[in-house]
Write a protein that binds this ligand. Structure first.
Ligand code: HEC
Length: 154
């Protein structure tokens, strides 16, 4: 019986020492070579859209719905030409930006303006923060279709 108590205490002692040892290790910063580089900007922006599949030819119904949402929620600040009003004109946007970037900008604008380099540059130029327009993923995809149509026409 005495032996059992002795071994139990010994075991507890070892566990306790092991625990404090780990804590000490946690305070030591890892060597620089082990810290990963910050992720490279892949031009897709920040948000849920990582891979957008485009339609060829364009889907006319989606573009039509996209235009309706544009008229309702976006036209106050964006023209379809390259003319900037409050925000940049949309002409040529599908050449300038990746589809994922556009959809992340439309659905996740706060994070984009805070963290995405291209969005931050726009904010410096426009000096107005684009407000969150509460656009669903489906509606954002339809807006994207409409922006492609706008760039193909004329
Ligand atoms: C109150 C004005 C306002 C409204 C409404 C608005 N935006 Fe914007 N938008 C901006 C501004 C300003 C910028 C430039 C970035 C900034 O300063 O926040 C911008 C930037 C953008 C960009 C990037 C443009 C580029 O050249 O890369 C996209 C895409 C965009 N908006 C889409 C939309 C869509 C789609 C809607 C409607 C659902 C919309 N915006 C509604 C003000 C607005």
């Amino acid at each position: 019986m005495k032996q059992l108590i002795f071994f139990t205490l010994l075991a507890l002692f070892i566990v306790a020492c092991g625990g404090s040892g780990n804590d000490q290790n946690a305070n030591v910063p890892p060597p620089k070579s082990m810290i990963p580089d910050p992720p490279k900007d892949d031009g897709k922006g920040i948000g849920e859209f990582k891979n957008v599949t485009l339609n060829d030819p364009l889907n006319a119904d989606m573009a039509k719905n996209g235009k309706a949402i544009f008229d309702l929620k976006c036209a106050a600040c964006h023209r379809l030409s390259d003319k900037r009003i409050v925000g940049p004109g949309f002409k040529g946007i599908t050449d300038r930006r990746k589809p994922e970037w556009i959809m992340n900008m439309v659905t996740n604008v706060e994070t984009m303006l805070d963290q995405d380099p291209a969005a931050q540059k726009l904010l410096e130029e426009c000096l107005t923060r684009m407000p969150n327009q509460n656009v669903s993923a489906n509606d954002a995809r339809d807006i994207l279709e409409f922006l492609y149509q706008n760039d193909v026409e004329s």
